[in-house]
Design a protein around this ligand. Structure first.
Ligand code: URA
Length: 239
C-alpha cells in the first residue's frame, strides 16, 4: 500500500502527508492463546494476585485462564497482545471487540485497520518494534467500555507486560487506556500533545482509532499526535 493510499484510507487526504516513506502493512502475526471455554463460576471482582516475576509464558497462561472478573463469562478467549516482545513502541487500547475475541489478537477489526494505517504512516508496522495490548484482556459484552473495576482487576497483567517489554514509549489509545495507565481522570482533548510518565517511561495519549472512525474532525489532531510520537521517539533514541 502506498503512503497516499494509506492516507486516503484514513480519510486524511493531503493534511496527513509525511515526507518519510511509510512501510507496507503485512498480515499480523498472531500470538493468540488457545481458545478456552468458561467452565466454572467466575470469582467475584478482586484485585489480581501479584504478577511480579511472571515470565511471558506464565503471563500468557495466567491470562488465558483468568477468571478474576465477569468479563471471562462471555469471552471466547482472552487476548493478551501481539507483537515484538522487546519493542520500543507499546500501543495500548481499551479491550478486545468481537473480532479480536474470535481471533485472539488485538485490533484486527475496523479500528485495527485504521491503527495499522496510523502505524504505517509513521513508518511502523505491527510486530516490528511495536507491541499492541489492551487495558482489559477480555471482551466487554456489547463492546461496552470496561468498568473501572474491570480495568483495575486486569491492570497487573498490563503492568507485567510493560515490565517485560520495557518500551521506550507508551501510547495510550483513548480514555480507558490512558486512565488505566496514568491512574487518574483523563480527557484526551486536554492531555494529548503532552509527555506523560508511566513509572519512568514516557507516555503519550491520543484518540482511540474507533473514535476517529466516527469523528472525522479529530483526525487532523490525531495526525499531530502521530508526529509528536515520532519526534519524541527520535529524541529518546538520540537521533
Ligand atoms: N479496540 C480496542 O481498544 N482494542 C482492540 O483490540 C480492538 C478494538
Amino acid at each position: 500500500m502506498t503512503q497516499d493510499e494509506i492516507l486516503r484510507e484514513m480519510g486524511l487526504g493531503p493534511v496527513w502527508k509525511l515526507r518519510a516513506k511509510a512501510a507496507a502493512v503485512p498480515a499480523a502475526e498472531s500470538m493468540a492463546p488457545a481458545v478456552t471455554e468458561p467452565q466454572q463460576e467466575p470469582a467475584p471482582p478482586a484485585a489480581a494476585a501479584d504478577k511480579t516475576g511472571l515470565s511471558w509464558d506464565e503471563l500468557a497462561s495466567t491470562v488465558a485462564a483468568c477468571r478474576l472478573c465477569r468479563l471471562c463469562e462471555a469471552r471466547k478467549q482472552a487476548v493478551l497482545g501481539v507483537g515484538d516482545r522487546h519493542a520500543d513502541w507499546l500501543f495500548v487500547g481499551e479491550g478486545p471487540g468481537a473480532e479480536e475475541d474470535l481471533r485472539g489478537e488485538p485490533f484486527v477489526g475496523q479500528a485495527g485497520k485504521l491503527l495499522d494505517n496510523m502505524l504505517a504512516a509513521i513508518g511502523l508496522r505491527r510486530g516490528a518494534d511495536v507491541y499492541i495490548a489492551n487495558a482489559v484482556k477480555c471482551r466487554p459484552p456489547e463492546n461496552r467500555t470496561p468498568t473501572p473495576e474491570e480495568t483495575a482487576t486486569c491492570r497487573p497483567y498490563l503492568e507485567r507486560q510493560i515490565e517485560l517489554i520495557q518500551p521506550k514509549l507508551i501510547v495510550a489509545l483513548g480514555r480507558p487506556a490512558a486512565q488505566t495507565l496514568l491512574q487518574s481522570e483523563v480527557k484526551i482533548g486536554a492531555e494529548r500533545g503532552k509527555l506523560h510518565d508511566y513509572r519512568g517511561i514516557p507516555l503519550i495519549v491520543t484518540y482511540h482509532p474507533a473514535y476517529l472512525l466516527r469523528t472525522l474532525q479529530d483526525k487532523a489532531r490525531a495526525w499531530e499526535d502521530l508526529c509528536f510520537m515520532r519526534r519524541t521517539m527520535k529524541t529518546l533514541k538520540g537521533n
